[in-house]
Design a protein. Structure first.
Length: 141
Protein backbone atom coordinates (compact mmCIF):
# COMPACT_ATOMS: atom_id res chain seq x y z
CA UNK A 1 0.00 0.00 0.00
CA UNK A 2 1.18 3.53 -0.76
CA UNK A 3 1.06 6.42 1.69
CA UNK A 4 -1.45 8.28 -0.49
CA UNK A 5 -3.76 5.26 -0.28
CA UNK A 6 -3.54 5.27 3.52
CA UNK A 7 -4.74 8.89 3.59
CA UNK A 8 -7.31 8.40 0.84
CA UNK A 9 -8.87 5.44 2.69
CA UNK A 10 -8.86 7.35 5.99
CA UNK A 11 -6.39 4.93 7.58
CA UNK A 12 -4.15 7.91 8.32
CA UNK A 13 -5.50 11.39 8.98
CA UNK A 14 -3.85 14.74 9.50
CA UNK A 15 -4.56 16.27 12.88
CA UNK A 16 -2.78 18.60 15.28
CA UNK A 17 0.67 17.83 16.60
CA UNK A 18 0.47 16.25 20.06
CA UNK A 19 3.79 16.12 21.92
CA UNK A 20 2.14 14.99 25.16
CA UNK A 21 0.70 11.90 23.49
CA UNK A 22 4.03 11.31 21.74
CA UNK A 23 5.72 11.10 25.13
CA UNK A 24 2.91 8.98 26.59
CA UNK A 25 3.22 6.58 23.68
CA UNK A 26 6.95 6.26 24.33
CA UNK A 27 6.21 5.45 27.97
CA UNK A 28 3.79 2.73 26.85
CA UNK A 29 6.64 1.36 24.74
CA UNK A 30 8.84 1.14 27.80
CA UNK A 31 6.11 -0.70 29.72
CA UNK A 32 5.67 -3.19 26.90
CA UNK A 33 9.42 -3.85 26.84
CA UNK A 34 9.25 -4.55 30.59
CA UNK A 35 6.31 -6.92 30.00
CA UNK A 36 8.29 -8.74 27.30
CA UNK A 37 11.31 -9.12 29.59
CA UNK A 38 9.16 -10.54 32.41
CA UNK A 39 7.39 -12.96 30.08
CA UNK A 40 10.67 -14.13 28.60
CA UNK A 41 11.84 -15.09 32.09
CA UNK A 42 8.77 -17.32 32.58
CA UNK A 43 8.95 -18.83 29.09
CA UNK A 44 5.80 -17.13 27.75
CA UNK A 45 7.33 -16.72 24.30
CA UNK A 46 4.17 -15.88 22.38
CA UNK A 47 3.44 -13.07 24.84
CA UNK A 48 7.03 -11.83 24.44
CA UNK A 49 6.48 -11.47 20.68
CA UNK A 50 3.17 -9.66 21.16
CA UNK A 51 4.58 -7.30 23.80
CA UNK A 52 7.66 -6.63 21.67
CA UNK A 53 5.53 -5.69 18.66
CA UNK A 54 3.31 -3.52 20.85
CA UNK A 55 6.39 -1.67 22.13
CA UNK A 56 7.48 -0.97 18.54
CA UNK A 57 3.94 0.05 17.56
CA UNK A 58 3.70 2.62 20.34
CA UNK A 59 7.16 3.99 19.61
CA UNK A 60 6.21 4.44 15.95
CA UNK A 61 2.93 6.07 16.99
CA UNK A 62 4.97 8.60 18.97
CA UNK A 63 6.39 9.86 15.69
CA UNK A 64 2.90 10.08 14.22
CA UNK A 65 1.62 12.04 17.24
CA UNK A 66 4.59 14.36 16.95
CA UNK A 67 3.90 14.84 13.23
CA UNK A 68 0.18 15.42 13.71
CA UNK A 69 -0.98 12.16 12.14
CA UNK A 70 -3.72 9.93 13.53
CA UNK A 71 -3.59 6.27 12.57
CA UNK A 72 -6.46 3.89 12.00
CA UNK A 73 -4.37 1.01 10.66
CA UNK A 74 -1.32 -0.80 11.92
CA UNK A 75 -0.47 -1.51 8.28
CA UNK A 76 -0.06 2.17 7.41
CA UNK A 77 2.40 3.05 10.16
CA UNK A 78 5.43 1.44 8.49
CA UNK A 79 4.26 2.89 5.16
CA UNK A 80 4.29 6.36 6.72
CA UNK A 81 7.72 5.86 8.29
CA UNK A 82 9.26 4.63 5.04
CA UNK A 83 7.98 7.55 3.00
CA UNK A 84 8.45 10.37 5.49
CA UNK A 85 11.65 9.10 7.10
CA UNK A 86 13.70 7.19 4.51
CA UNK A 87 16.47 6.75 7.09
CA UNK A 88 14.03 4.61 9.10
CA UNK A 89 13.21 2.21 6.26
CA UNK A 90 14.97 -0.72 7.93
CA UNK A 91 13.15 -0.08 11.19
CA UNK A 92 9.85 0.29 9.34
CA UNK A 93 10.44 -3.06 7.66
CA UNK A 94 11.15 -4.62 11.06
CA UNK A 95 7.94 -3.13 12.44
CA UNK A 96 5.95 -4.46 9.49
CA UNK A 97 7.49 -7.91 9.84
CA UNK A 98 6.58 -8.12 13.51
CA UNK A 99 3.12 -6.73 12.73
CA UNK A 100 2.46 -9.82 10.63
CA UNK A 101 4.16 -12.00 13.22
CA UNK A 102 1.89 -10.59 15.94
CA UNK A 103 -1.16 -11.32 13.80
CA UNK A 104 -0.09 -14.95 13.49
CA UNK A 105 0.64 -15.14 17.22
CA UNK A 106 -2.85 -13.92 18.09
CA UNK A 107 -4.96 -15.53 15.38
CA UNK A 108 -2.89 -18.42 14.02
CA UNK A 109 -3.88 -21.89 15.10
CA UNK A 110 -0.46 -23.37 14.41
CA UNK A 111 1.74 -20.58 15.75
CA UNK A 112 4.76 -21.78 17.68
CA UNK A 113 7.42 -19.53 19.17
CA UNK A 114 10.67 -20.68 20.71
CA UNK A 115 13.02 -18.90 23.07
CA UNK A 116 15.41 -17.83 20.31
CA UNK A 117 12.63 -16.19 18.28
CA UNK A 118 11.17 -14.56 21.39
CA UNK A 119 14.56 -13.14 22.37
CA UNK A 120 15.07 -11.85 18.81
CA UNK A 121 11.71 -10.04 18.92
CA UNK A 122 12.62 -8.45 22.26
CA UNK A 123 16.05 -7.39 20.97
CA UNK A 124 14.43 -5.84 17.89
CA UNK A 125 11.90 -4.00 20.03
CA UNK A 126 14.56 -2.63 22.37
CA UNK A 127 16.62 -1.35 19.44
CA UNK A 128 13.55 0.09 17.71
CA UNK A 129 12.32 1.94 20.80
CA UNK A 130 15.80 3.25 21.58
CA UNK A 131 16.18 4.74 18.09
CA UNK A 132 12.72 6.30 18.14
CA UNK A 133 13.35 7.80 21.60
CA UNK A 134 16.51 9.45 20.26
CA UNK A 135 14.61 10.92 17.29
CA UNK A 136 11.72 12.15 19.45
CA UNK A 137 13.98 13.63 22.14
CA UNK A 138 16.03 15.51 19.56
CA UNK A 139 12.92 16.97 17.96
CA UNK A 140 11.19 17.96 21.19
CA UNK A 141 14.17 19.78 22.73
Amino acid sequence: MKLADCFKKGLLKKTRQDLDNAMRSLELSRGNIEDAVENLSIHRYRVVAISSYTAMFHAARAILFRDGIKERSHECIPVYLKEKYPELEGMANTLDSYRRFRHDAIYGLDFIMDETEAKASLDSAEEFVKKIRIIIDIDIK
